[in-house]
Design a protein around this ligand. Structure first.
Ligand code: NAI
Length: 259
C-alpha cells in the first residue's frame, strides 16, 4: 500500500529534535523524502541516520531560519535536486520565559527573529517554489498563540502572529489561484527539551504551580502530550486528506484550551 506522502518532498525546520524530529520520522514512514534542517547540524544528521536505518529517505541540511539568503538558496537546491518541494513545516522555534516586565528587548527580538521572521521567510520561499506545482505549508504556532500566559510575553506575541499570518498567506494563495494550502498547528504542552528547559528555568514556586495546574487543567489524562501527537497532525495537513483545509488552526492540546 502506498504511503500517505508517497512521491512528496518535505522540508522540516528544526527537524533535529522534539516535535520536528518526530514529524520527520513520521513523514518518512509515509513515503516522503524528508529534508531535515536544523541550526544544529549534528542533531539533523542523527535524525537522518535513524530514518535511513529504518528504510526511509532523508537528507540533512544546516539551516538557521533567520538567514534570509539561505532560505532562497536552500529551497532552490531542494527543487533542483529532487524535482520540487511539496510540504514545508515551519517548526523551528525557541521559548524564552519572561513577563512583559521581565523580558529584555534582546530576548524579544531573538524570539521574533526565529519564531516570527523565520516563519515569514520560510512561507514566502515555499510559496515561490510551490505556486505552479502546489503544496502544503504548515506553521507550528502554539496554544500560546490563542491564549495568554503571564510568563511568556514574547512567545505569546510571536505565536499569535504566526496564527494570523497563516490566514493571510492562505488567503493570498487562494486569491492568486496557487494550489497551496497554509495551515497552523497549535500544540499544547508536549514533553520536549524546550518545555523541560523552559519550565526548569522558571522560579521554583512558579514551576510547582505550573505542574499542579497542568495535572488539573489538561482534561485528557492530566498529562503532557508527546511529539508524535503533533507529528500525526502535521501528517494529516501535509497529505491530500486535508485538501479542503486552508487557513485553519489545528489544536492538539489534550483539551487544555477548552476551558
Ligand atoms: P525543541 O527545542 O525540542 O526543538 C527545536 C529545534 O529547533 C531544535 O532542534 C533547535 O536546534 C532548532 N532551532 C532552534 N533555533 C533554530 C534556528 N534559528 N534555526 C533552525 N533551527 C533552530 O522544541 P520543540 O518543543 O520540539 O518545539 C518545536 C516547535 O513547536 C516550536 O516552534 C515550538 O514553539 C512549538 N511548540 C512546542 C510546544 C511544546 O510543548 N514542546 C508547545 C507549543 C508549540
Amino acid at each position: 500500500m502506498a504511503g500517505r506522502l508517497e512521491g512528496k518532498v518535505a522540508l522540516v525546520t528544526g527537524g533535529g529534535a522534539g516535535i520536528g524530529a518526530a514529524t520527520c520520522r513520521r513523514f518518512a514512514e509515509e513515503g516522503a523524502l524528508v529534508v531535515v534542517t536544523d541550526v544544529n547540524g549534528d542533531s539533523a544528521r542523527r535524525v537522518v541516520a535513524e530514518i535511513t536505518a529504518a528504510g526511509g529517505r532523508a537528507e540533512a541540511r544546516v539551516q538557521d531560519v533567520t538567514d534570509e539568503p539561505l532560505w532562497d538558496s536552500l529551497v532552490a537546491d531542494v527543487v533542483a535536486a529532487h524535482g520540487g518541494l511539496h510540504v514545508l513545516v515551519n517548526n523551528a522555534g525557541i521559548a524564552i520565559p519572561g513577563t512583559v516586565e521581565e523580558v529584555t528587548l534582546a530576548d524579544w527580538r531573538l524570539t521574533q527573529a526565529i519564531n516570527g521572521e523565520g516563519v515569514f521567510m520560510g512561507t514566502r520561499a515555499a510559496i515561490r517554489a510551490m505556486k505552479e506545482s502546489g503544496g502544503s505549508i504548515i506553521n507550528i504556532s502554539s496554544i500560546e498563540g490563542i491564549i495568554g500566559e503571564a510568563h511568556t510575553a514574547a512567545y505569546n506575541y510571536n505565536k499569535g502572529g504566526v496564527r494570523i499570518f497563516t490566514k493571510s498567506a492562505a488567503l493570498h494563495c487562494c486569491k492568486e489561484g496557487y494550489p497551496i494550502r497554509v495551515n497552523s498547528v497549535h500544540p499544547g504542552f508536549i514533553l520536549t527539551a524546550m518545555v523541560e528547559e523552559g519550565i526548569g528555568s522558571m522560579p521554583e514556586e512558579i514551576q510547582a504551580e505550573m505542574s499542579e495546574r497542568l495535572a488539573r487543567e489538561i482534561p485528557l489524562g492530566g498529562a503532557m502530550g508527546e511529539p508524535l501527537d503533533i507529528a500525526n497532525g502535521c501528517l494529516f495537513l501535509a497529505s491530500e486528506e486535508s485538501k479542503y483545509m486552508t487557513g485553519s488552526e489545528l489544536i492538539i492540546d489534550g483539551g487544555y484550551t477548552c476551558h
